[in-house]
Ligand binder design. Sequence first.
Ligand code: UDP
Length: 311
Amino acid sequence: MRIVVPGAAGFIGFHLSHRLLDEGHDVVGVDNYTTGSARNIHDLTANPRFTFIEQDIVEPLRLNGPVDMILNMACPASPIDFETKAVDIMRTCSVGVFNLLELARAAGALFLQASTSECYGDPLEHPQRETYRGNVNPIGPRAPYDEGKRFGEALTMTYHRKYGLRTRMVRIFNTYGPRMRRDDGRALPNFICQALKNEPVTVHGDGNQTRSFCYVSDLVEGILRTAHGNCVEPINLGNDEEITIRQAADEVIRIAGSRSTIRLVPRPVDDPEKRRPDLTRAREILGWRPTVARETGFAETIAWFRASQPS
Ligand code: UDP
């Protein structure tokens, strides 16, 4: 197949593209490097079946030749981006998704939208099922991303209803692994970089808030099963092993063999208190479940950060 991956220079876009190339597909990566890395594109380009278009999806994409699928991974996704790239995010999630849907329509391609657990906001239902409509603050600092992604889902579903477009949606929960942005401000890259330097590990608040961390190869498998399946409704993808952030920090310090201590620092506004996917739909419809244990995933990720440390 010929598959377009907007966001190919990013963390998930890279791993997804890499897997598709391994499977023998032609991949057209699209990225404007807002948060993506040139190194990722450089590494993908080693495969002759990969081609790259440097472009913002906010501009209409012109592609010659057939397109079988568009798997849209393009969007800044770290909480620090929600502030610094707020307008970009809202344009990417609206005009950008619109442009890709139009391309899918013109090409007769399947369109898969990477959505997010942030659609649930600071959830009042726990764990979160896909039927839960969320608790999002529409004017809060996370709104550009949360509401942007919710709009992206509405747009995707509208194209399915109105034009019969083949669409898929995945709601991605906290995912980690090699090639996360070192400076992306998220808990695991921060903890790992701090631990490797034996610096204090910055835990927000008292660290009792929870997350459920999924290794990236599990996520990619779930995305591909969704693309090849026939479910038009959104599907939660993540790991349902929930831990406190304090525990995540302790585990990183232990696995890294670090001498770091924990430093408690103020917590951001609207930081969700707990998050864990209900994976029933993914299990029943896709036969999918995460398989990589946190111990293994953390070790792989720490090893990658260690090997690629800036000198
Ligand atoms: N967090 C933390 N220290 C950091 C970065 C993040 O304690 O240096 C917390 C953050 O407040 C949140 C959790 O870790 O409660 C996960 O944050 P992350 O930015 O990884 O992703 P989120 O789940 O909020 O999108």
